[in-house]
Unconditional design. Sequence first.
Length: 295
Amino acid sequence: MSRHYEVSDDDHQPLTWVQGRPLYAAHVIAALLVITLVVTALLLASGAHTVLDALRFRSADVLSGQPWRVLTYGLVNPPTLWFAISLFMLIWFGREVERMLGRRSFLKLYAFLYLIPPLLLTLVGVWSPQTLSGQPGTLAIFVAFATLQPGAPLLFNMLAGWVAAALVGLYTLVAIAARDWAGLLALWSTTGYAFAFIRHSQGRFSVPLPRLPRFRAEPLRDFPPIPGPRHLASGRGTSAKPQNTVQSEMDEVDSLLDKINLSGLQSLTPREQECLHAAQARLARRYDRPAPSGT
């Protein structure tokens, strides 16, 4: 069975509003990165290189007992043009990914994009020492957006899918030419994971998981079930359906329709499409109306 991410309507909404403008989690992350940019520039200007060296990722130091470097490497961000471009990509495309996936899925995606490079480089560092600093996951955020909306037009009407493929190919060649194998591994691991994460959330493929045995508890037979108002009124022992069944079905349809209105019909996973058709059919039968043939 393919797994998909079910999120509530609130999960697709901004964290808050500031002067009438929506504030998403992607904006908060970008603001934190700007703070690291300012702090890094001040430390470089004051000559406090030892502080920055204690934060950078070095596989040899991690393996020798300094695991905090896996988390602190992204705090070292010297002012560069690429960092400014990365912030723009995170603010613009990260916001769109968060709106389409939901806040929890977006934060899960970003957390793995942050942790995958140092963890892989730590493993490689057993044979060859590796170093890493700066937050490398912003290009992967754009790859996630291009995977969700490959036909979205960008600058000069270039499609997002082709631009993402061109950027990944270009930076791959740059890393190979410079023999930057650590950067190449970080690039491929983050962009590959972003692509796989989106495809998995869309139900395009599933990860086989081992099935655990289920244990069913035996019901208590010493005491009969306590009769409720329904039992007393009908004189039967069968339980009635909940009163809010119709309302829950309508809420389910409304949630899926909101997602279609926000991200398009293609954003629904196959399971969500089945749920939509089944709920529409149940509501149609309940009100003696013909079910629609499609959405």
